[in-house]
Design a protein around this ligand. Structure first.
Ligand SMILES: [Zn+2]
Length: 342
């Protein structure tokens, strides 16, 4: 996008590798707050990609994904620039909270402004100091507290180049996601930055499968953009599928949950996903799938209030069996060998 990159007033030249603290609004405790940023530039020009995590401060998997990518032995950019931002919402990370201290959701506050609230200032700083330089971005998220997501990419798949990138990431489930007002994705699109949103695992936890799939995904994108040397293709590679649609199956009673459907499972119309029981042990109801699809998100807490979202099912039509097979393939590929210290 541009050959000159200056972040927090510090110029990063081609061939340089720098870690910078990007200042944002101070706290009323007179504490300076900074966003840690790691920039790697190859000598050769090429695309600029940012990888960000913890836009929601309690979503930690992405922080670990970035740590593993940036410290990968032998990681060498052959062209372009990689900007890693492991904690965008530093305030939220400190409070182990999705939100900012003013209870705002950063991902609804873009593009922000330099004179606005804390959230608006943070959004503005991130946009003008980081996103403005980038042709592409990968924003790493997880499910909310007590909710897990199967590794999946959400993006504007109607844009052919974004679709190609989404496929290159290497997870089986792709969801077309409409832009939300105030989201980082919307602001990035206006800057001509193509964005993938990676959703995997749950808030406040590390999930090894989600982390491994994320690290592999970021490396696949670097390779497909020609920013690292092309890796040898494995014999088996995971095939991506675009879901036609997805929706949540909700609790039809209030009580304790016995679940039967696991993340990544293929379910048929009428399959019992969970049963709901009273504290005295009576079975109150069964929660069933209304169409056949794949479980891509679920609640983990065994307590439900009638109407709560329990299972997120994605619909793939006739491809569902192939999607389930590819999910198994990915789980096998990324299985943790015994005594592996990662
Ligand atoms: Zn999130």
């Amino acid at each position: 996008m541009t050959s000159q990159i200056t972040i927090a007033g510090i110029e990063i030249k081609p061939g340089e590798n720098k870690k910078i603290q990007l200042p944002v609004a101070n706290l009323y405790t007179d504490t300076d707050m900074c966003i840690p940023v790691h920039i790697m530039r190859a000598k050769k020009p090429g695309p600029t990609l940012f990888v960000s995590a913890a836009v929601h401060g309690d979503e930690l998997n992405g922080i670990e994904i970035i740590r593993r990518v940036m410290n990968k032995p032998g990681l060498k950019l052959t062209r372009g620039t990689l900007i890693a931002v492991p904690m965008v919402n530093v305030y939220g990370v400190l409070n182990q909270s999705r939100y900012l201290p003013d209870r705002r959701d950063l991902n609804r506050c873009f593009p922000g402004s330099p004179k606005g609230s804390l959230a608006a200032r943070l959004a503005h700083t991130f946009l003008t100091e980081i996103v403005a330089y980038c042709d592409y971005g990968i924003d790493l998220h997880t499910g909310a507290i007590h909710r897990s997501n199967l590794p999946q990419i959400r993006a504007n798949l109607k844009d052919p180049e974004t679709l190609e990138l989404a496929k290159a990431f290497g997870v089986p489930v792709l969801l077309n996601a409409n832009l939300r007002d105030g989201s980082l994705r919307q602001a990035a699109v206006e800057n001509d930055t193509r964005i993938l949103l990676y959703e995997a695992g749950q808030a406040l936890r590390f999930d090894e499968f989600s982390i491994r799939a994320g690290v592999k995904g970021v490396m696949n994108i670097l390779s497909s953009l020609g920013m690292v040397r092309k890796r040898r293709q494995r014999k088996t590679s995971v095939e991506p599928f675009v879901a036609n649609r997805s929706d949540w199956v909700r609790g039809n009673a209030s009580g304790l949950v016995h679940e039967y459907a696991q993340l990544g499972a293929m379910v048929e119309a009428g399959d019992v996903l969970a049963s709901i029981h009273s504290p005295m042990g009576d079975k109150l109801s069964e929660v069933t799938a209304s169409r056949s699809g794949i479980v891509i998100g679920k609640q983990n807490i065994p307590l439900v209030q009638e109407g709560d979202a329990m299972f997120h099912i994605a619909y793939f039509g006739e491809d569902a069996v192939d999607v389930a097979e590819n999910i198994e393939q990915l789980q096998e590929d990324l299985a943790i060998p015994p005594h592996d210290e990662t």
